[in-house]
Design a protein around this ligand. Structure first.
Ligand SMILES: [Zn+2]
Length: 476
């Protein structure tokens, strides 16, 4: 997909161009990227990256520890401090706001500064922060968002929405008083985005937030929309521009992806009423929803049409959900799906004019522990040799992966020698009983390759990732 023209030049011409580029870079002090692709694994803490790497390697028949995910091979990385202004352990709304606006803010709010208290609509209206996607649209660039979560969920909404409560995804979940004051729900903000011509590619889940109670879902007719204002926002988005196209079907998506040329106009694909399926369950979807890699590929094909460049946000949104459910298997398979999407990007964009950043918004409480032998199945019990588990102080085996808290808590430790802990539905044990396993507060990693990637280094505040992208995409 990237330009190969420089490869065809004669050596001397190429050398001169390199010299010219170097002097330009030195003169300006910063490089310039035409495109930025920002990948976020929701909840993809460092232990998740390590475990997913081992899982991927073992799935390929290797011992696993030595294996590399796509971003393990990136040349630049940093540790990221993820706290929100009022929270030691953050949520996805506060953290994505830090990344897309350059300012840390409170837990639970989106696209507004830290003076805005949760649910305070009036304060939110006067304290909005511009996002990278909005700035890119204003510059005439193309923009896209891709997520396996609802497209109105915190991370993708961080590209376009400003709200004192991340849960105000449709009119039904937004208080009437807030709507009377002028606060719009998040789905409405997406379809009414006024910067440039609005988002050009929108791929993910969350149809119910756009459809009224009166409308049946196209894929699951028994599940109506959520909106209580009788508005069909998909129809409204389509009506605003005759070139826009919408699909909920995997076969139609596949046609868009297979065509050599980009599809004319802006695209919206919403493949589930709520979140898309976990990668492990995707094949069973009646509508044949696409993979994160294929959604990334279609987005890049569409956005690369614009000579001004593009900003693309891609979220693996459900690593987080699987962890909250104490289900390491689905968290790891969704992390590998993110790696596949990143690998596709590395192989298909021109890194001479593109910056790729991969990070997480926050961690989870999963740990990798015990002294399992080299190559021991990452989802298995801790063993010194196959079939020889190390026993805990009470005389029963334990798994390599476990959580500090969560629904996997058991009053009495079960005898795992009779349980298949590698079953996809197995819930790892948690020490503290909580209905939902929680986020964790230690640093996450950020990985970068391409233009300005070297600015990702050391221990960084999360909102400084904004600068890394802004400096090459918006500032020049
Ligand atoms: Zn979460």
């Amino acid at each position: 997909m990237g330009s190969t023209s420089s490869l065809k030049s004669s050596p001397s011409a190429a050398a001169i161009r390199v010299l010219l580029m170097c002097s330009l870079v030195l003169a300006s002090g910063a490089s310039h990227a035409k495109n930025v692709i920002f990948f976020l694994g929701d909840g993809m803490g460092i232990s998740t990256v390590t475990a997913a790497r081992i899982f991927a390697g073992q799935s390929a028949g290797a011992t696993g520890e030595e294996y590399d995910l796509a971003f393990d091979r990136f040349p630049h990385l940093a540790l990221i401090k993820t706290y929100n202004t009022n929270a030691q352990v953050p949520d996805s709304a506060g953290t994505i706001t830090a990344i897309t606006t350059g300012e840390k803010t409170r837990i639970g709010v989106l696209g507004v500064n830290g003076s805005v208290e949760r649910d305070d609509c009036a304060a939110a209206l006067t304290n909005t922060l511009p996002t990278l996607a909005e700035l890119a649209e204003q510059k005439g660039m193309s923009t896209g968002i891709v997520s396996t979560a609802r497209i109105t969920h915190a991370t993708p909404a961080g590209a376009y929405a400003h709200s004192p409560n991340r849960n105000w995804e449709s009119s039904a979940s937004t208080p009437d008083e807030a709507e009377a004051l002028g606060c719009k729900d998040i789905a409405l903000q997406l379809v009414e985005m006024s910067h440039g011509d609005g988002l050009d590619v929108i791929l993910g889940g969350g149809r119910r937030e756009f459809l009224p109670i009166e409308a049946d879902d196209p894929e699951y007719p028994s599940r109506p929309g959520l909106r209580d204002d009788s508005r069909n926002l998909i129809d409204e988005w389509l009506a605003a521009d005759s070139k826009r196209q919408f699909t909920w079907r995997g076969d139609e998506f596949a046609q868009w992806l297979a065509s050599d040329a980009p599809v004319d106009g802006q695209l919206m694909g919403l493949f589930e009423p709520s979140h898309m399926k976990y990668e492990a369950d995707r094949q069973r979807d009646p509508g044949k929803e696409p993979s994160l890699q294929d959604m990334t590929a279609l987005a890049v094909k569409q956005l690369a049409e614009n000579d001004q460049g593009y900003f693309l946000l891609v979220e693996a949104g459900r690593i987080d959900h699987a962890h909250h459910f104490s289900n390491a298997y689905r968290a790891l398979t969704d992390t590998v799906a993110l790696s596949d999407a990143v690998q596709w990007a590395v192989e298909n964009v021109d890194l001479a004019d593109t910056l790729i950043v991969v990070t997480a918004d926050h961690s989870h409480t999963m740990t990798i522990s015990g002294y399992p032998r080299r190559g021991n199945p990452i989802l298995g019990t801790v063993e010194t040799e196959p079939g020889k588990p190390i026993l805990d102080a009470t005389g029963v085996p334990y798994t390599t992966l476990s959580y500090a808290n969560g629904p996997g808590y058991k009053k009495q430790r079960p005898n795992l020698s009779k349980i298949n802990t590698q079953d996809p539905d197995y819930q790892q044990l948690g020490t503290v009983p909580t209905q939902s396993e929680t986020h964790a507060g230690e640093d996450v990693a950020a990985f970068a390759v391409g233009q300005n990637a070297a600015a990702v280094r050391g221990v960084m505040e999360q909102n400084r990732l904004y600068d890394v992208m802004y400096d090459v995409l918006i500032a020049p």
